[in-house]
Write a protein that binds this ligand. Structure first.
Ligand code: PLP
Length: 315
C-alpha cells in the first residue's frame, strides 16, 4: 500500500471572493476566510433560512422589516440561534462597519447546522448563524437598468407553497436556476417562474409587478413577501396610485403597459421586453420611472434608516 498523503492546509485564493467581512462561529473574518463545514445541512440539504438587507449611503434600509422576516423564518423552521434581534442587528452593523462599505449587500443566514453523529434527525443538529457584508449588488446591471430587462416567462413551476413556504426566505433555487438557463437559451436576461395555474409567481431574487391603465398589480400567493414589494405598496399609497395583490396571469404580464421587478438587490428594475416582444411601447415606462425615483428618495427617510457607525466615528 502506498504511503498516506499528508493533511494539507487549504490555500484560499482571495481573488475568488468579493471584499467584505463575515461573522461566523463567534468571529469576524475577512470574506475569504468565512468557511462552512461540508457536513452543514444548510449546504447538504438547503436546510436554511436567510435574509438580505442593503446598506445605501452608509445606512441600512428597513432593517426592522428584514429582522422580523428572518426571525419568523427561524421560528417556522424550528430553528434557534443564541442571539436576539438586537444582537443580530449589532453583528450586521459590525460587519458593515468593519468592511467600511458605504453601499453593501448584507446577508444573514441560519442553517440547520451540523450534528456530531451525522444524525438524520434535524432536531439533533446545532443550528449555525452566519452574516456577511459585501459590496452592493443588483439583479440588473447598469445597461439593463438603462434599457430595461428582457424577461422570459418560462414554463418552469416555482416550487409549490404546499412543499416549501415561499414566505420563508429559502435556498430552494434549482427551479430558479432551471428558469435562468431556459431564459438564456432564448436570449433573455432573466426568468419569471409560473404557478401551474396560468399565473406568474416570482423570479430568481425578485418579485414581479405589472401596470395596466395606471393600476399596479403583483401576485399575492406563491411568492416571497418582498420588503421591496412592501415599499412599492407604501409608495403607491403615498403617490395615490392604485395597487393590488392578485393573481397575475401570464397574459396579464405580457399585455401590461409597464412591467418591473423588485429586489433588495437592485431596488426597482424596469422590464422592457418579455419573450422577445416589447412591453407596452418598449421603452422605460413613466409610472415605473416615478416609482423607481420615489424608491431611492425613501432611502433618505429617517424612519426607515439605520445609520452605520464606521470605525472613524467609533474611535
Ligand atoms: N423573491 C425571491 C425568491 C427572492 O429571493 C427575493 C429576494 O432575494 C425577492 C423575491 C425580493 O425580496 P426583497 O424585496 O425582500 O429583497
Amino acid at each position: 500500500m502506498s504511503k498516506l498523503p499528508t493533511l494539507s492546509q487549504r490555500h484560499i485564493d482571495p481573488r475568488n471572493y468579493p471584499p467584505g467581512v463575515a461573522y461566523m462561529d463567534g468571529q469576524y473574518l475577512p470574506m475569504q476566510e468565512a468557511k462552512l463545514s461540508v457536513l452543514d445541512y444548510g449546504f447538504l440539504h438547503s436546510d436554511a433560512t436567510y435574509d438580505v438587507v442593503h446598506v445605501w449611503k452608509g445606512a441600512f434600509f428597513r432593517l426592522d422589516d428584514h429582522m422580523n422576516r428572518f426571525f419568523r423564518g427561524i421560528e417556522e423552521l424550528n430553528m434557534s440561534i443564541p442571539y436576539d434581534q438586537a444582537q443580530v442587528v449589532e453583528i450586521l452593523h459590525n460587519c458593515v462597519a468593519l468592511s467600511e462599505l458605504q453601499n453593501a449587500y448584507v446577508e444573514f443566514i441560519c442553517t440547520r447546522g451540523t450534528s456530531p453523529t451525522f444524525s438524520r434527525d434535524p432536531r439533533d443538529a446545532e443550528n449555525r448563524f452566519i452574516a456577511f457584508a459585501i459590496p452592493f449588488g443588483s439583479v440588473a446591471n447598469k445597461e439593463q437598468m438603462e434599457h430595461g430587462l428582457h424577461l422570459a416567462v418560462t414554463d418552469v413551476l416555482r416550487i409549490p407553497p404546499s412543499s416549501v413556504d415561499p414566505t420563508i426566505k429559502n435556498y430552494h433555487w434549482l427551479d430558479m436556476v432551471k428558469g435562468l438557463y431556459a431564459a438564456y437559451d432564448q436570449g433573455a436576461d432573466t426568468a419569471v417562474l409560473v404557478d401551474g395555474k396560468g399565473n406568474v409567481s416570482e423570479g430568481p431574487g425578485f418579485n414581479v409587478f405589472a401596470i395596466r391603465d395606471g393600476v399596479v398589480s403583483t401576485p399575492d400567493t406563491s411568492v416571497l413577501l418582498g420588503i421591496t414589494r412592501q415599499t412599492i405598496f407604501d409608495i403607491c399609497v403615498r403617490l395615490g396610485i392604485q395597487c393590488r395583490t392578485k393573481d397575475v396571469s401570464v397574459t396579464d404580464l405580457k399585455t401590461a403597459d409597464e412591467v418591473f421587478v423588485t429586489s433588495t438587490a437592485g431596488g426597482v428594475m424596469p422590464v422592457t421586453k418579455i419573450d422577445g416582444q416589447p412591453v407596452g411601447s418598449g421603452v422605460l415606462g413613466a409610472l415605473s420611472d416615478t416609482i423607481l425615483a420615489k424608491y431611492w428618495e425613501m432611502h433618505d427617510d429617517d424612519t426607515l434608516r439605520d445609520v452605520v457607525l464606521y470605525p472613524e466615528a467609533v474611535e
